[in-house]
Design a protein around this ligand. Structure first.
Ligand code: G
Ligand code: G
Ligand code: MN
Ligand code: NA
Length: 254
C-alpha cells in the first residue's frame, strides 16, 4: 500500500524514466532499442520494474504508467527520427494486458503516432502469449487494426507460455523474441540449442523477424550467428541505459 501511494506520486512528479537497450542485426548493426521503465525514487534510488510493475498492475496504476511509457517512447522515437545516424531506429515498448485491453488503447497509439509524426513501422509493441490467448478473437482484431496502420508487434518471452502454433499462425506478428532462458544454456546445452534452432527456422518459414534475448557472451552470439539468427539483444551488445547515454553509444558505434 505504501509503494502504491508512492508510485502515484512518482507518476505526478515525473520520477519515472525510460532506459533503452540496444537491438542489433546479425552484422552487428544497431536496429533499435527496447524501452524499459525505471523509477528514480527520491530515497531508495533506482528501482527496477520487477519491484513496481506488479504493484502497478494490482492497483490499476499500470494504465497511467503504461500511457506515460508509450508517450515517452514515441517522443524519443521522434527525436531519433530527426537525428542523423539514429533516424532508422525502432523502439519496442512492453504493453501490459490491462493496457492492451483498454477500450481506448488503439486510438491512443494512433494519436501518438500522428502527434509525433512517426513512421508507425518503427514502433513495436511487445505482447506476451498469456495476454493474447486470454481472448484470442479480441487480440487478433485489435492487432490487425493497429497493424493495418503500420504498427508492429513482437511476441515477448517466446517459448515460456503456451506457444501454441495455432495461435502463432493467426496473430499478425512481426517478430518473436526468444526468451533468455533458452539463450542462457547456449552453446553447450543441446536442448537449448535445439529449441533455439527450431524457433529460428519456424520464424523464417512464417516470415517473422526473431530477436534472441539475454545474449551475454561472445560464444552465445557466435552460436546464434551460425544458425542465422537475425536479431540480438543482451548485455553482450549493451545494457539498458538512459536516452542520452544510448545516443552517445549509438553514434560511437557507427
Ligand atoms: O528492465 P528489466 O529487465 O528489469 O525489466 C523487467 C521486467 O519489467 C520485464 O519483464 C519487462 O517486460 C518489464 N517492463 C519493463 N518496462 C516495462 C514497461 O514499460 N511496461 C511494462 N508493462 N513492463 C515493463
Ligand atoms: O521481460 P522482458 O523481455 O520485457 O524484459 C527484458 C529484461 O531482460 C529486462 O529486465 C532487461 O534488463 C533484462 N535483460 C536484458 N538483457 C539481458 C541479459 O543479457 N542478461 C540478463 N540476465 N538480463 C537481461
Ligand atoms: Mn520485453
Ligand atoms: Na522478454
Amino acid at each position: 500500500a505504501q509503494m502504491e501511494s508512492e508510485l502515484r506520486v512518482a507518476l505526478q512528479q515525473e520520477q519515472l524514466l525510460l532506459y533503452y537497450q540496444p537491438q542489433v542485426d546479425a552484422a552487428g548493426v544497431l536496429t533499435g532499442a527496447e524501452a524499459l521503465v525505471r523509477w528514480q525514487h527520491p530515497q531508495r534510488g533506482l528501482v527496477a520494474p520487477a519491484e513496481f510493475i506488479p504493484v502497478a498492475e494490482a492497483s490499476g496504476l499500470i494504465l497511467p504508467l503504461g500511457s506515460w511509457v508509450l508517450q515517452q517512447a514515441c517522443k524519443q522515437l521522434s527525436v531519433w527520427a530527426k537525428t542523423p545516424g539514429l533516424s532508422d531506429l525502432s523502439i519496442s515498448v512492453n504493453i501490459s494486458a490491462h493496457q492492451f485491453k483498454q477500450p481506448g488503447f488503439a486510438d491512443e497509439v494512433l494519436a501518438l503516432v500522428k502527434h509525433f509524426q512517426l513512421v508507425p513501422q518503427r514502433l513495436k509493441l511487445e505482447l506476451t502469449e498469456s495476454l493474447l490467448i486470454d481472448d484470442m478473437a479480441f487480440s487478433i482484431e485489435r492487432m490487425r487494426f493497429l497493424k493495418q496502420q503500420g504498427v508492429g508487434f513482437a511476441l515477448d518471452d517466446f517459448g515460456t507460455g503456451y506457444s501454441s502454433l495455432a495461435y502463432i499462425k493467426q496473430l499478425p506478428l512481426d517478430q518473436l523474441k526468444i526468451d533468455r532462458c533458452f539463450i542462457d544454456g547456449l552453446p553447450e546445452d543441446p536442448n537449448d540449442a535445439a529449441i533455439t534452432r527450431i524457433i529460428i527456422s519456424l520464424a523464417n518459414e512464417l516470415n517473422l523477424w526473431v530477436v534472441a534475448e539475454g545474449v551475454e557472451t561472445e560464444a552465445q552470439r557466435d552460436f546464434l550467428q551460425a544458425i542465422q539468427c537475425p536479431g540480438y539483444q543482451g548485455y553482450w551488445f549493451g545494457r539498458p541505459v538512459p536516452a542520452a547515454e544510448f545516443r552517445q553509444q549509438a553514434l560511437n558505434r557507427k
